[in-house]
Design a protein around this ligand. Structure first.
Ligand code: GLP
Length: 260
């Protein structure tokens, strides 16, 4: 994994945006994998700036988001649909018909660990097929959870997993409660691309900032490859880049690191 460390969040966000912009300039119909959470906000801000000031053109770009909470309508202010429109889509010239964010509303669901509800199964198969139809994701942006999760693939997720429903861990519910009025309002399930789906992306761009991510980053980059730290699987990818600020990278052995 190429590890690039910047002195602060703004600098790492600019670097990440530079990488994404260069891929769009090289391939205008880029298939761009997008992530939510607070980490990529700086990257999105910079992409918007590049669109407005430098004419970065998203008109042919196709997007696929990693995940969505189950049970939140697209207009709910904590849904990932809403997040993406507010923080990126409405500010750039992406064609709405090229946008893909997993569905979160399915009506009444029978949730069982042994059998997936057919409505969910049908959606997940469609999502996987849709990614294939566009030739696969060219570059996937990723954040990392404090427990090493990527998208909503929590520790213990199968390394070969595909898009499916996942139960969120208590740690993730607690971490994400800061965005909701109370912890009880945080959905318990999400639809997420699988680790196998993510690993098929041609390039991976993992972002991490702040000291709260330092342990997860160390396990992901220097730890053993294990389902207990889903991000560690990135060590098996041909082209994975981690762009971090110095706090998130503070526990890495410095000889593995490139300073940006
Ligand atoms: C969420 C998302 C992940 C994200 C992670 C970290 O649970 N499903 O895609 O990477 O949490 O979020 P943040 O960037 O806010 O720390």
């Amino acid at each position: 994994m190429l590890v690039v460390v910047h002195s602060n969040y703004e600098a790492m966000s600019k670097k990440a945006a530079e990488i994404v912009a260069s891929r769009i300039r090289r391939k205008p119909n880029l298939v761009l994998g997008l992530a939510t959470g607070s980490t990529p906000l700086g990257l999105y801000k910079e992409l918007i700036r590049l669109h407005k000031n430098d004419g970065l053109d998203f008109s042919k770009v196709v997007t696929f988001n990693l995940d969505e909470y189950v049970g939140l309508a697209p207009e709910h202010d904590q849904s990932y649909h809403y997040f993406m429109w507010e923080n990126l889509f409405k500010h750039i010239n992406v064609n709405p018909s090229n946008i893909h964010v997993p569905q979160g509303m399915f009506g009444d669901l029978k949730i069982s660990p042994f059998e997936t509800d057919p409505k969910i199964e049908q959606f997940c198969t469609w999502y996987e097929d849709e990614i294939k139809k566009y030739g696969g994701v060219d570059i996937q942006i990723l954040g990392i959870g404090g427990n090493g999760h990527i998208a909503f693939n929590e520790p213990g997720s199968s390394i070969g997993s595909r898009t499916r429903i996942k139960t969120l861990t208590e740690k993730t519910v607690k971490d994400n409660a800061r965005f909701f009025k109370s912890k009880d309002e945080v959905p318990r399930y999400a639809i997420t691309m699988g680790i196998g789906t993510i690993m098929e992306s041609k390039e991976l761009l993992l972002l991490a900032n702040s000291a709260g991510k330092a342990d997860a980053v160390k396990s992901a980059v220097e730890g053993s490859i294990t389902a207990m730290c889903p991000a560690s699987v990135l060590q098996l990818h041909r082209k994975a880049i981690l762009v971090a600020d110095k706090e998130a990278a503070s526990k890495l052995a410095s000889e593995f690191v490139t300073y940006g």
